[in-house]
Design a binder for this molecule. Sequence first.
Ligand code: RP5
Length: 352
Amino acid sequence: MAERILGKTLATVSLSVALASVTVKSSGCCSIPECRNAFSSCGFHLSSNIMSTSNGAKENSHNKARTSPYPGSKVQRSQVPNEKVGWFVEWQDYNPVEYTAVSVLAGPKWADPQISESNFSPKFNEKDGHVERKSQNGLYEIENGRPRNPAGRTGLVGRGLLGRWGPNHAADPIITRWKRDSSGNKITHPISGKNILQFVAIKRKDCGEWAIPGGMVDPGEKISATLKREFGEEALNSLQKSGAEKRELEEQLHKLFSQEHLVIYKGYVDDPRNTDNAWMETEAVNYHDETGEVMDDLTLEAGDDAGKVKWVDISDQLQLYASHSQFIKLVAEKRDAHWSEDSETETECHGL
Ligand code: RP5
């Protein structure tokens, strides 16, 4: 394929995350105190910029959340140097730009009203009716009535393109299989000697970047339902199927999504849409088709927010949307699959 999903370098290793325990169900235990004491009891942590030790961009857990122009606009964020990302660093002259997209201000059902609107009194850090306003990273601060991004400054206040003040919850289904030759034998990487894993990637229509086919959790929706729904909509074009086709697809999806799976990551995402007051969080879950037979029955077809869909070989050459490369790296480690040609990098990965 001519598409440039591969790049020369791995996107900066920014989120330090650890694998959740290898269980079918997530533990739901992540509780990360704000700022400096960022380690959680279940192994996840937001590194660097919410910890006191951060200095360099390489370690920073939100780089993409500081890029300009803001997606879908010409808005330039105020520049935030690496050493001033953390809220614990005093910065009296910090002057972020205010921006909320017109599409959000128009008040679609997936978006909150403006905070100043008198009949809107959200319950931050709690389940607010059907809307989950709790962060997977623990309690977040409220400053002047607005939630504060737990990963630090982004140079922009308001909600940008995000509907919710505070955490905007998503789910990312990572569907994998082993790369095989025409005889069905697993293909081994000539340098690392490890089997090559493949995952289903989509090309996002909004920015043209390749990504995991994830999406937003609807109010009241279970994460397991979001994972299945989003994969169906974006990678199998389920929304455009007829009734009978839908029923068949649903059966096949059920087979795939009811098998053993791994919760790979839960928490903050370094998403380019993040702002000081609204940010993405996700639960990334790996469903692995060991024999390849389940996925053989499913024809990939891009739909909804996805322009293209394909199987992609997993390696450190991937450049993906937001923090997705890091999630994929964690899957490769967990499945003991090929990641890097460079043994040093491979060792570093295990140290995440
Ligand atoms: C990312 O945005 C998440 O990891 C997820 O993949 C995605 C959800 O947003 P939409 O695809 O619905 O725009 O931060």
